[in-house]
Ligand binder design. Structure first.
Ligand code: C5P
Length: 300
């Protein structure tokens, strides 16, 4: 029986704009996603018995069918009629309910991995459609690179930034977590203002031209007001990051993780030390700029 080791990166949203609500209840977004050098490690081992087993080390995750990685395996088995099972081992380093895409990235890794191990030969476009059934962020993770993302998350347009990012990131998550659904609900009920998608477009253009200086100016998240409404204490994280020298501090996904953007290593170390004393998850990371390994058929 075969086994496969996979890396499931975390992501940050450098810009997240909410354009409006769709007839299906989801929200139309425009966003720039960046992959990190930090993430979960998965091992998939094929089993003869028809079961999907999950073993997790590190951060606690939902068990059974609540878990997106398990659902990814069950979905493939059901659709493609595989008789055997799989054991999924996850070294869980990405916190859950953080806005870092951990669950979606694990699910995408399971889709990629089982496509290989079960020799299903599913083309990337179809794999992305299966991913979208599991969650809005899953199609993005089938790419693993910088991307402009639209629709409810299913439109993924990869791009390759020029030059090297001059920034190091500090990811800071308070003890509490947020459910994406609750944050979108609050966004709607409070009538927070909507965007036209121009910020995401501008950032993509700037990065494609190697203009990394534009990032601190353009980084922003329309869901921030709603997330702060639900967890008022996170506003202090943003202020602290700015006071400690971050050139920008913004929320990723639906939060509550804040991303501090630092140019200098010394400031970053000082900020990391200060915040580690107070908060349970403080982690340095770098954005990964590299060409896509994936199939270009996902381009729209
Ligand atoms: O797709 P996913 O299961 O990750 O989404 C969780 C919830 O977040 C959805 O049920 C929906 O309420 C909300 N959502 C949304 N618009 C999006 C993505 C998610 O309203 N683009």
């Amino acid at each position: 029986m075969g086994a496969l080791h996979l890396f499931a990166p975390a992501k940050v949203n450098l810009v997240l704009e909410v354009l409006g609500q769709r007839p299906d209840g989801y929200h139309e977004i425009a966003s720039v996603f960046a992959p990190l050098d930090f993430g979960d490690f998965l091992t998939l081992t094929l089993l003869e018995e028809p079961v999907v087993r999950l073993h997790v080390r590190g951060h606690a995750v939902p068990a059974g069918k609540e878990n997106l990685a398990v659902r990814a395996a069950l979905l493939l088995r059901e659709r493609f009629g595989r008789r055997g099972g799989v054991r999924i081992d996850i070294e869980k380093r990405i916190p859950v309910g953080a806005g870092l895409g951990g669950g979606s990235s694990d699910a995408a890794a399971v889709l990629r991995g089982l496509n290989i191990l079960w020799e299903l030969g599913i083309p990337s476009e179809e794999l992305a459609a299966l991913g979208a059934e599991l969650g809005s962020d899953v199609p993005y993770f089938l790419w693993d690179g910088f991307a402009w993302v639209g629709g409810r998350g299913e439109r993924v347009e990869p791009f390759l930034p020029q030059g090297e990012s001059p920034y190091r990131l500090l990811l800071v998550k308070p003890r509490a977590s947020l459910a994406t659904k609750d944050v979108f609900l609050r966004f709607r009920s409070r009538g927070f203002s909507r965007s036209d998608g121009s910020r995401s477009r501008k950032l993509r253009e700037a990065l494609c031209a190697g203009d990394w200086e534009a990032l601190p100016e353009l980084a922003a998240n329309d869901l921030e007001g709603a997330a702060v409404d639900l967890l008022p204490e996170i506003a202090a994280v943003r202020e602290t990051l700015k006071e400690l020298g971050a050139c920008a501090a913004f929320l990723t996904g639906s939060g509550p993780t804040y991303v501090g953007l630092f140019r200098g290593g010394e400031e970053l170390s000082r900020a990391r030390e200060a915040l580690t004393r107070e908060l349970p998850f403080v982690r340095e990371a770098t954005m990964v700029v590299r060409p896509f390994a994936g199939n270009t058929s996902l381009r729209k």
